[in-house]
Design a protein around this ligand. Structure first.
Ligand SMILES: C[S@@+](CC[C@H](N)C(=O)[O-])C[C@H]1O[C@@H](n2cnc3c(N)ncnc32)[C@H](O)[C@@H]1O
Length: 306
């Protein structure tokens, strides 16, 4: 059972009640999955409990791959009473909930188009707000000491990235840090089933103006911004260390689960039958493990000039 407060596909009881009229038009349902209903947002993954569980798994994979939750030199800053942190596209709130527990003196605000984060079982120093990062954010200039954004390449069209970064810099305090982390959508090594499915998803990206290689542009966005300096960048190209195989298996599980969530849309794009699609996903899972395929990842941070 996921940490998010939503009703499950199977209708399991939960803290979050989808039959509440105030909530009901926040979502739409398709092929047994629940999605956001924000008209001008392009994000196409669901937001139900199963997806929240996947996002928690993804969080643990990311933390393991990087061996940390962030790169920016903000540890001291986050230990200061009243430091303010913004997590953009917080998802199930996995990163934010862990960080808020580790840094109890700081205040953590998570924004997302989907209100699927815990309502009341959460650390006191947390708040979740519904907001669309493609629009002006509901915060005053110079509000946050640290702004973190991870895996939004599925939600921010390529052409919108510079204006999103600009809006984040507006709400960042002088001297504060902004950190972005994205993956390369393609794997370093791909078998035939992997290629076929990935090519289908690339078409979905194309339809929405999403940029599957935006991770390689993050550094440039921060370097080109005239209010930022001290830009640092780190790239991961493989699963490091002794746990590589185990991590590869978890990453494969995460990806395969995501492919199941996309089944209805993706099988028509790649013109596969339901059984053929299931078989392709299974084969792709085996290919990812056999080749130890990896999506390169980039994380980058910068400081706002004083
Ligand atoms: C792949 S998840 C990543 C979640 C989280 N950042 C993490 O790393 O665990 C992307 C999240 O971004 C949110 N999102 C997508 N488009 C958005 C937008 N335009 N504004 C705000 N949030 C958005 C989605 O609802 C989803 O929760």
């Amino acid at each position: 059972m996921g940490l998010c407060n939503s009703k499950t596909r199977e209708g399991k009881s939960s803290l979050f009640n989808d039959s509440n009229p105030e909530r009901i038009n926040k979502f739409f349902f398709e092929s047994g999955r629940r999605f956001h209903n924000v008209k001008n947002a392009v994000y196409f993954l669901p937001n139900d409990d199963d997806e929240c569980d996947r996002l928690h798994l993804q969080h643990f994979i990311e933390r393991y791959v990087w061996q940390s939750n962030f790169l920016a030199p903000v540890d001291r800053l986050l230990n200061k009473e009243g430091a303010k942190v913004l997590d953009v596209g917080t998802g199930a709130g996995s990163w934010l909930l862990e960080m808020a527990t580790n840094y109890p003196k700081a205040k953590f605000i998570g924004i997302d188009i989907s209100p699927v984060q815990p309502d009341f079982i959460k650390p006191k120093n947390t708040e979740f707000i519904e907001a669309n990062v493609l629009e002006p954010l509901p915060f005053k200039d110079n509000t946050f000491d640290f702004i973190f954004q991870r895996i939004l390449y599925v939600g921010i069209p390529g052409k919108n990235w510079p204006s999103v970064v600009n809006e984040l810099v507006r709400v960042l305090k002088p001297g504060g840090y902004i950190e972005l982390m994205e993956c390369d959508f393609q794997y370093n090594i791909m078998g035939p089933a992997t290629k076929r499915l990935i090519n289908g998803i690339l078409l979905m990206f194309d339809e929405r103006g999403l940029d599957p290689t935006v991770c390689y542009k993050l550094r440039g966005f921060l370097e080109e911004h005239d209010q930022l300096h001290n830009v640092h960048c780190e790239i991961k190209k493989t699963f490091d260390g002794n746990d590589g195989k185990k991590l590869c298996k978890l990453a494969q599980e995460n990806y395969t689960t995501a492919l199941v969530t996309m089944k209805a849309k993706l099988m028509s794009i790649i013109e596969a039958s339901s059984d053929e699609y299931d078989e392709l996903v299974k084969t792709m899972g085996n290919e990812l493990i056999e080749f130890e395929s990896f999506n390169p990842r980039v994380r980058v941070y910068a400081q706002k000039k004083i």
